[in-house]
Design a protein around this ligand. Sequence first.
Ligand code: C2E
Ligand code: CA
Ligand code: CA
Length: 578
Amino acid sequence: MMTTLMQEAFHQAGEAMVIADAGFKVLAANDAFAELARVEPAQVQGLCIRELLDESRLAMDFCEMLRGGDHVKAELMFRNRMGQSAPVLLSLSCIRDADGGRDHYLMVLSDLMALASSGRKVGREVYFDALTGLPNRELLGQLLNESIEHAKRRGAQLALCVLDVDHFKAINDSHGQEIGDQLITQLAHRISHLVQGDDILARIGGDEFALLLQQGADKETLTWLLNSISAPLFLKGATLRVTVSLGVALYPQDNVDGDVLLRHATQAMHRAKQQGRNNFHVFDSRFDRELQAREEQRRRFRQAITDNKLCLHYQPQVDMFDGRVIGLEALVRWQHPEKGLLLPGAFLPLIEGSSLDDLLGEWVLEAALRQLQAWGREGLELPVNVNISPTHLLSDDFVERLSLMLSRYPEVPVTRLKLEILESTALGDLPAALETMRRCQALGIDFAIDDFGTGYSSLTHMRQLPVDLIKIDQSFVRDMLDDPGDLAIVESVIFMANRFQRPMLAEGVETIEHARRLLALGCGQAQGYGIAKPMPSSDLPGWLTEWAGQHEWTALAMQVTPPSAEGPPRTRACRLTS
Ligand code: C2E
Ligand code: CA
Ligand code: CA
């Protein structure tokens, strides 16, 4: 009688129970176990129980654990015969024979997922979120890896979504934390009703959920999810309509492990936020690879700045009336360990608009000032033009940092440093650019406007910007001898600059013929390969000596007649004293 009652109790118990032999082979198991393991009750015998348990996360195996006594408890993952995993609480007791040896085990397995939905809180904090009862990040990680394994075997698709509540902080601040908590709970409730039985919803942060869709997801599903989520929520004391930003990573298109898949979905969520919230963004692995490559190149460039692997080359600027050298333009180069000396075109696009832009700008300014100081000591007193990027010029403390830097080079007259800014710079935020330029000019620093003619409001700039030199873009100058269109632009710019009484310099002067033509049109200064290519500072003294003997260039003015009696406005040329 007693035996029958005990058998009945064993079979009808709500918890999964197993009696196994010393080798953990199932001898008898109840219906709850058959249910948990997803096998027919008749087929439980002979199963190896340890094959269903993932012991990898335990510090020691069962046999070691049992050394301390006859009973152990552990939380671990249980994988059913369909390949799905769930966390369980295992109570393991050993049953001893008449001689005291261990010959059987009794195992009771409590399904922690079932505990979660029944709202009990036994041993759940490790895997479940206290507020919503949903699996937490930890459990999600495990379930995700299991699902990936499973999808791999079945050739199935998965969609991992990360959902972040839009403006949650503002809601919390204005309605209080209690409403905030209610909102999260109700939202969890709503989303869990939107998904299928084997989909997994987890809470992975304050206002962040992850949703693993076992059947994948298309655009329609995602749009439907967003719409369904944004219906009003009726909370105690408030009715709120909240939206979420949704990032999605798709497996196997994105063939990575669970951690990385979650990171990708999170990145996609941030993009969805950037793109205006209440929308979704699907992670694109090709785009991500490009992004990573760019990040790596940026990291290397940052390192190059720290390691002083950049250098400045200098290109002379001359006054065409008498061939005098009036200044130098500093042009940055990167001495790349594998690719050799790189020109700015190879690396500037990489850093444009990033914080590296300011870092490079400061490095260049400092290097130019150091060079000016060294040349000054040698009696070489040419001004140096430094190119300033739009981001750098418009950074908050540009003027303060520049004047601090100048104070570290007291031997260098401030007027010897000139800044070149692109015509397009000012387009972004004209008032801010003007303000910074005025403050620099108050320090004694002149400006040149670079690549003039390439912006779309050159005329406005010519009038408004407080610049001391207009540099006509080399793309017009280079072809002006053959291309009537380019010639017309060059002529117009020269005409305008003269009307506004602004000195001008032509870039891209590749031959003396260019110089003759420009001078005849009324442009007084030039820079270009016809005069000299950019060179390292050490080559400059030699070049200057050589240039002094270039009589063809120094006698240019005698060969041409300027267009007006006054001639073009001229800047004060610096004399070379060395
Ligand atoms: P940019 O300011 O217009 O500089 C002139 C560029 O034209 C230089 O190229 C120079 O080598 C080239 N060049 C000069 N004369 C001639 C010529 O007669 N024919 C031809 N075909 N090209 C000529 P580089 O050094 O490659 O610089 C390219 C651009 O990179 C510069 O254009 C400037 O916008 C930017 N850059 C250079 N150094 C710096 C820097 O230190 N900071 C920032 N922000 N930008 C820089
Ligand atoms: Ca320039
Ligand atoms: Ca230029």
